[in-house]
Design a protein around this ligand. Structure first.
Ligand SMILES: NCCC[C@H](NC(=O)CCC(=O)O)C(=O)O
Ligand SMILES: NC(=O)OP(=O)(O)O
Length: 325
């Protein structure tokens, strides 16, 4: 494995779930694996969990970490080829990424979509430029269209908390005041489809996810009917894919309440966080949920991803690539 940008980068998902649990039981078992290795974390957008869980995961493996908040701590980047750079961007990605790769053994990058141009966002321009220009492995810390570290942690959380071999998992759209990406629901659907769950998606008309993501997953447009028999309710807001980036509804009718949770099979509530209380879900729902153990699992899944990439690269002697000539 030379990158982690999708569930498709995982060769054996059941084995990875077991290995993540093993790290959770014994976090410092591989303390020397990351010795003299550096993880670079590049953020174009805010983060709490991804930033801190990746850092802690790296420390547990003996790595050092450098964090760069692009646009605050560094220069604005230019992405286009052949641009006359007389505007706001001071540095081209063609220099910036290879330079970072000289200082880092693995690079993580977070870049949200613009939500203006569907084709551009789904072409994953930023993530692909990092992949194209980096000689070291790249980890997606949430890209324009996916959040694989979140999907992995969500699947682990369901695996640990399920009461039956194939639980019924419902992804429910919920209201939000801002237009949000489809990255988290896309990743959730992808990881659930790769795992052993019975997945159903519920949302208002117009919020259909991309056809290549949803595949043959059942969609039920009546939220309360979708909740019947559910073992897990996973709430998330996203903006429209069809009317790209638009907010089509802010109806509080879709807020997850204790009354709606009572329609389920004693379902556990999940959300990736950050969550807007009493908009996405009521206080009573959030207070009796899996959101904290779910966030904890961001650490163990991140640690496994780093471990896999370190094992892949451990045969290469340390040194900035340019000095290895
Ligand atoms: N990394 C997890 C979610 C990140 C992002 N949420 C947000 O931007 C929430 C912002 C707000 O609540 O205003 C999203 O939905 O993709
Ligand atoms: N769930 C998640 O990715 O959280 P952050 O945006 O805080 O990293």
């Amino acid at each position: 494995m030379k990158k982690f940008t999708s569930v498709q980068d995982v060769p054996n998902l059941p084995q990875w779930l077991q290995e993540a649990k093993a790290l959770k039981a014994n976090p410092f078992a591989h303390k020397s694996l990351g010795e003299n290795k550096v993880l670079g974390l590049v953020f174009f957008n805010p983060s709490l969990r991804t930033r801190m869980s990746m850092q802690r995961a790296a420390y547990n493996l003996g790595m050092q970490v450098m964090v760069l908040n692009v646009g605050q701590d560094s220069w604005q980047l230019e992405w286009e080829e052949g641009t006359v750079m007389n505007g706001t961007a001071q540095e081209h990605v063609k220099e910036a990424v290879p330079v970072m790769a000289q200082y880092c053994d693995i690079i993580g990058v977070r870049s949200f979509p613009g939500l203006k141009d569907r084709e551009a966002d789904y072409a994953e321009g930023v993530l692909n430029k990092f992949l194209q220009h980096s000689p070291v492995p790249i980890i997606s810390l949430e890209s324009a269209t996916s959040h694989p570290l979140q999907g992995f942690a969500d699947l682990l959380t369901i695996d640990e908390n399920k009461q039956k071999a194939k639980p019924r998992v419902v992804l429910s759209w919920a209201p939000h005041p801002k237009a949000l990406p489809q990255a988290v629901p896309n990743a959730f659907v992808e990881w659930m489809r790769a795992g052993e769950v019975d997945l159903v998606v519920t949302h208002p008309e117009g919020y259909e996810l991309a056809p290549q993501i949803i595949g043959d997953t059942p969609v039920i447009y009546e939220q309360e009917r979708a909740f019947e028999g559910a073992d897990f309710i996973y709430a998330k807001n996203w903006s429209s894919y069809r009317e790209y980036g638009k907010i089509l509804s802010q109806s509080p009718d879709w807020t997850i309440t204790e009354a709606k949770m009572a329609l389920t099979n004693g379902a556990r509530f999940m959300h990736c966080l950050p969550i807007r209380r009493n908009v996405i879900a009521t206080d009573g729902v959030v207070d009796n949920s899996l959101v904290i153990p779910q966030a904890e699992n961001r650490l163990w899944t991140a640690q496994l991803v780093l471990k896999k990439l370190l094992e892949e690269t451990s045969s290469i002697p340390w040194g900035p690539p340019a000095l290895l000539l």
